[in-house]
Design a protein around this ligand. Structure first.
Ligand SMILES: [Zn+2]
Length: 90
């Protein structure tokens, strides 16, 4: 489910999410690229087209989902998110 707050928050002056954000490869809020920060924690904050949208736990997650820990859901492994991202582009 989308969080209406997150959607309206994004429309209020935030840049459009990048393809990496939409594939769960980067924080939806601050844009931290999890591919270059493999140790960074990420939590699931929403979904779009069946893909998990991730954010850093804490302020980013709270902005995106209303909860500092995001949704009660385990993110897919980075390698899996990456292969789905690349499959989307071909
Ligand atoms: Zn972040």
């Amino acid at each position: 489910m989308y969080s209406q707050d997150a959607i309206s928050g994004r429309r209020r002056g935030r840049p459009e999410p990048t393809a990496e954000m939409l594939s769960g490869l980067a924080c939806l809020i601050c844009g931290t690229d999890y591919r270059s920060a493999p140790d960074a924690e990420a939590v699931v904050v929403s979904h779009r087209d069946d893909k998990q949208q991730l954010a850093c736990p804490g302020p980013c997650a709270r902005l995106a989902s209303g909860s500092v820990t995001g949704l009660d859901e385990t993110p897919l492994p980075l390698a899996e998110r990456l292969s789905r991202h690349q499959a989307d582009r071909s």
